[in-house]
Write a protein that binds this ligand. Structure first.
Ligand code: FNR
Length: 363
């Protein structure tokens, strides 16, 4: 037995979760034909149904929102049917699962885009680095700067995708506004140099996030919608200034929606983070709701953050890949299976559904 705070129940929106151990959103590049989830994906998530909450891998809201090979979509009827396999199996196993809504913006490549078009972004600024395409890595291209009418179309794509997620049987959705993807590109000044209502001031740079959240909340209600932010992230060539001001404003502006939770990627997830003070503890007094914290936690470091009162739940990424029964392992303080990075992104059932549970190991 254990008195770990990680393993105590917690209320998230309308749901009473049995524990505070969240499965972080994890791209695994194993969708099936036409980017629809399959029985293999259902098996993977079901194995992890003892998580207090599963957040699905990021799922593109439109063909334009895609940036990597074989990531699942949430824009077609076939994809909705595929996701039903996942949600039904997870529910059968007693779990809860939110879908992560994704538009990658400039982190794409014309070879992945409808009609071979350029990726889109707030401004025509190419990221440093390379895109992952079906033909291997390729230098990032300079994206097309979105017209105002096009922005409205993308907000509508978010709304439709949120409706599709509901039709697919999810328990809620998380808006991916972290890690240098489209919403983060609007939020930060290194990627947003617009001079219209969507750029310039912090209020203007936050407008797109708030419009997307409004659209998604119109489908789900606030209490079944989460938002993920990475205030100190540098992934995908993010180099914004004014981070404390920008993210403090965004977090406070989100209060109006009565969200299920705010999900923060911690500075600890980066080797050398800008603004290292922007932890969940920093945002605690600004956000009037539940906070999930993610980034490089193990059992004890995660539990400490909960004990300190800086967050309400902890999301685990890599440890959940290799330990389908992570809450049980925490309960008995068992050793964890090591993860194999070579099978993180793409492949088959190996490194996906073949990590053993404790029960199997000790049988
Ligand atoms: C990720 N991460 C991630 N984040 C996100 O918001 N959407 C996603 O689809 C993914 N995909 C993804 C794939 C893989 C293989 C890894 C390792 C990571 C980031 C992830 O959710 C988490 O924030 C980090 O992994 C840090 O947590 P851990 O792994 O240290 O517990």
């Amino acid at each position: 037995m254990t008195d770990l705070r990680l393993l105590t129940p917690v209320q998230v929106g309308p749901y009473t979760l049995p524990n505070r151990v969240v499965m972080a959103p994890l791209t695994r590049n194993r969708a099936g034909a036409n980017l629809a989830p399959t029985a293999l994906n259902a098996e993977y998530y079901t194995q992890r149904a003892s998580a207090g909450l599963i957040i699905s891998e990021a799922s593109q809201i439109s063909p334009q929102g895609m940036g990597y090979p074989n990531t699942p979509g949430i824009y077609s009827a076939e994809q909705v049917e595929g996701w039903k396999l996942v949600t039904e199996a997870v529910h059968q196993a007693g779990g809860r699962i939110f879908l992560q809504l994704w538009h990658v913006g400039r982190i794409s490549h014309s070879s992945l885009q409808p009609g071979g078009a350029l990726p889109v972004a707030p401004s025509a600024i190419a990221p440093a680095g390379e895109a992952a395409t079906y033909e291997g890595m390729a230098p990032f291209e300079t994206p097309h700067a979105l017209e105002v009418e096009e922005i409205a179309g993308i907000v509508e794509d978010y709304r439709k995708a949120a409706q599709n997620a509901m039709d697919a049987g999810f328990d809620g959705v998380e808006i991916h506004a972290a890690n240098g993807y489209l919403i983060d590109q609007f939020l930060q000044d290194s990627t947003n140099q617009r001079t219209d209502a969507y750029g310039g001031s912090i209020e203007n740079r936050t407008r797109f996030l708030l419009e997307v959240t409004e659209a998604v909340v119109s489908v789900w209600g606030g209490d079944r919608v989460g938002v993920r932010l990475a205030p100190t992230g540098t992934f995908n060539d993010m180099a914004g200034s004014q981070r404390a001001e920008t993210f403090s404003y965004a977090v406070q502006a989100l209060n109006r929606f009565g969200l299920a939770y705010l999900h923060l990627v911690e500075p600890r997830a980066d080797l050398n983070p800008p603004a290292p003070e922007l932890t969940s503890g920093y945002f605690r007094s600004l956000f009037e709701g539940t906070i999930i914290s993610a980034g490089g936690y193990d059992r004890d470091s995660g539990n400490e953050v909960l004990e300190a009162g800086d967050a309400d739940l902890i999301a685990y990424g890599r440890w959940f890949i290799s330990n389908p029964d992570l809450p049980q392992r925490f309960a008995v303080n068992a050793e964890l299976n090591e993860y194999d990075r070579s099978s993180f992104y793409g492949g088959d059932e190996r490194g996906y559904i073949d990590y053993p549970t404790l029960e199997l190991q000790t049988a």
